[in-house]
Ligand binder design. Structure first.
Ligand SMILES: [Cu+2]
Length: 272
């Protein structure tokens, strides 16, 4: 009874620890916390390749009575002045939880150890800023319609104006058609079923970069050739799940491609 209780407790504790995903940083790795043979550059180099996030821990490994760990201000760190510390830990291994953001300063207050390089500064960041922000994703238009009743074709402006679907730039037959808008400028869509475009089932949208709020249509980009891979959208998966849009340099350089929400809803309504 008691044993299973503790097993559950242990499991929960493990889960909690895992979900927070703190990192335990062993200062100096196998060198530990000592007078480094390479001078202060040793701990600078150790810290330089790492990201320190709030709630991570620093572990200082040292021999009791030969070193200590003192958290100090920047000026005390620069001067190796251990006279008034923020806190001092005398027992190794000493674990310090990084509970605030910004530069944190640690020294050994024994003799001239700090001057000889036993000093460490780490820059602590929030979890959010430590996580790389996702690359801008191209916007996507979704056309909903009954299978076999309609389709979606992207055309040049000339073909769009005349409802000529003989040479579409891209054709989408399986609803819902997900069209990734990875190029700025005007895009022209029609239904290629005879008569539908002439009946008004056509849509022109203008794609702008993220910084642009202009409503005027930007000059039509050079119409891409039908073989251009960038006009080939990702094929909708059979399950209908949203596959991540293809990453390419074109999409990245465009930044966030913005499309008027009104036009998007128009697109959805139009082809339903
Ligand atoms: Cu020391």
């Amino acid at each position: 009874m008691a044993r299973s209780f503790f097993l559950v407790l242990f499991a929960v504790a493990t889960l909690l620890h895992g979900s927070a995903a703190q990192t335990r940083h062993v200062v100096g790795d196998s060198t530990g916390w000592t007078i480094p043979s390479g001078g202060a550059a040793t701990y600078t180099a150790w810290a330089s390749g790492k990201t320190f996030v709030v709630d991570d821990t620093l572990v200082f490994n040292f021999t009791n009575g030969q070193h200590d760990v003192a958290k100090v201000t920047k000026s005390a760190y620069d001067a190796c002045n251990g006279a008034s510390t923020i806190f001092t830990l005398l027992s190794g291994p000493a674990t310090v939880t990084l509970n605030e953001t910004g530069e944190q300063y640690y020294i050994c207050t024994f003799g001239s150890h700090c001057s000889l390089g036993q000093k460490l500064t780490v820059n602590v960041v929030n979890r959010a800023s430590a996580t790389p922000s996702p690359a801008p994703q191209p916007s996507r238009s979704v056309f909903n319609y009954q299978s076999n009743a309609h389709n979606v074709e992207e055309l040049t402006k000339e073909d769009y104006d005349s409802c000529n679907s003989s040479s579409p730039l891209a054709t989408y037959t399986t609803p819902p058609a997900r069209v990734t808008l990875n190029k700025t400028g005007a895009h022209y869509f029609i239904c290629g079923v005879p008569g539908h475009c002439l009946g008004g089932q056509k849509l022109a949208i203008n794609v702008t970069g993220s910084g642009s709020t202009a409503n005027s249509p930007s000059p039509l980009a050079t119409p891409p050739s039908p073989s251009s891979p960038s006009t080939n959208p990702s094929t909708p998966s059979p399950s209908g799940s949203l596959a991540p849009p293809p990453q390419n340099s074109g999409a990245a350089s465009l930044g966030l491609v913005g499309v008027s929400a009104t036009l998007l809803s128009l697109a959805a309504a139009f082809f339903y």
